[in-house]
Design a protein around this ligand. Sequence first.
Ligand SMILES: NC(=O)c1ccc[n+]([C@@H]2O[C@H](COP(=O)([O-])OP(=O)(O)OC[C@H]3O[C@@H](n4cnc5c(N)ncnc54)[C@H](OP(=O)(O)O)[C@@H]3O)[C@@H](O)[C@H]2O)c1
Length: 333
Amino acid sequence: METAALGDLRVCRVLNGMWQVAGGHGRIEHEKAIGEMMAYHDSGFTSWDLADIYGPAEDFIGGFRRMLAEEKGESELAKMQAFTKFVPEPARMTRAVVEQAIERSRRRMGVESIDLVQFHWWDYANPAWLDALVHLSELRDAGRVRNVGLTNFDTDHMQDMADAGIKIVSNQVQYSIIDQRPQVKMQEFCSKNNSVILAYGTVCGGLLSERYLGSPEPGNAQLDTPSLRKYKKMIDVWGGWKLFQELLAALKQVAARHNASIANVAARYILDRPAVAGVIIGARLGIAEHRHDNARIFGLKLDDEDRERIEAVTARSRNLFELIGDCGDEYRY
Ligand SMILES: NC(=O)c1ccc[n+]([C@@H]2O[C@H](COP(=O)([O-])OP(=O)(O)OC[C@H]3O[C@@H](n4cnc5c(N)ncnc54)[C@H](OP(=O)(O)O)[C@@H]3O)[C@@H](O)[C@H]2O)c1
C-alpha cells in the first residue's frame, strides 16, 4: 500500500468512495456492507470518503468503528481515516448552522474529531461560503475537526481563501484520463499552497475497464448507476464513444505490458500527477468488489512509452476546461 500526507494524517492513496451506498447504485444491505468494510480495512484500504448527503454513509462509519473496536481493540481505530463532506444549501452560514451540521456528522460517525471535513458550495453568487470556512476553521481549532478541506472548488476561489488566511489541506475534484481539467490550474496552485488533490471519477464509474472495451455505445437503460450516467455524459463532451473505444484499446495495450487491468492504468496515470494525494474509487459494498484488482495499482509503474500511447488518443479529445470551466464548475447553479 502507498500512503500520502494529508494535513496531519497519512492516508491510503486509494480511498474507498461511499457515494455508492447513498442510493441508486443497487440495494445495499446495511449489515453486509459494514461487514464488507472490514475486508477493505484488512486489505489495507483504510481510508474512506463519504458525505453528510450520502444516505447512511456516516452511520456506516459509526457502525464500522464500533465493530473494529470490539473485534480488534480501540487502538485499531487509529489505523483508519474517514473523510466526510459538509454540503449545505446556500444560505446564511452562521456559527450555529455550521456547528450543528458538524455535531450531527460527529455523532453519526462516532468520532471525537472528524479527520477531514470537505466543504462544498453550490453558488458562488452567495458569498456565505467564506463565513462557513471561517466557522469550520474555528471548529478545527477547537478540536472538533482535524482538517478542513474542500470539494469541487475552483482555483480562483482557493486563491481567495489563501488571501484570507484560511488553511485548506485538500480539494476533492473530478480527475481522470477523460477529465484532466485539474492539470490546467488546480495542480500548480495546490503544489504551491501546501494543499493536495483527492481525485474522483478516475475509473469513470467503471467505464474505464475491460467491461466496456469493444462494446457498443450503451444507452441510459444500460447505464444502471448514477455514476455511470455521470461519466458517460462527460465522455460525450470529451469526444464521444468512438474515441473512447480508441482510448480503451490504448489502455488495454498499456495494461497488457504490465500484467495489469485498464482500471489499474487509469488510476495510476492520475496518481502520478503532481499534487494528487489519492484517488477515490467507489465501492458498492456487498454488491461488487474490485479490491484485489485495485491493490495492483500500487505495484504498477508507467513509463514514457505508456504515457505516449495514452496521450496519442487524449490529444484528439475536446478541451473540457474551455467547454466546462475549472474544477467543479459543472456543479454551480
Ligand atoms: N465530491 C464530489 O462531488 C464527488 C462526485 C462523485 C464521486 N465522489 C467520490 O468519489 C467516489 C467514487 O465515485 P465515482 O462515481 O467517481 O465512481 P468511480 O470510482 O469512477 O467508479 C466506481 C465503480 O467503478 C467500478 N470499478 C472499481 N474498480 C474497478 C476495477 N478495478 N475494475 C473494473 N471496474 C472497477 C465499480 O463498478 P461495479 O460496482 O459496477 O463493479 C465501481 O462501482 C464516490 O464514492 C465519492 O466518494 C465525489
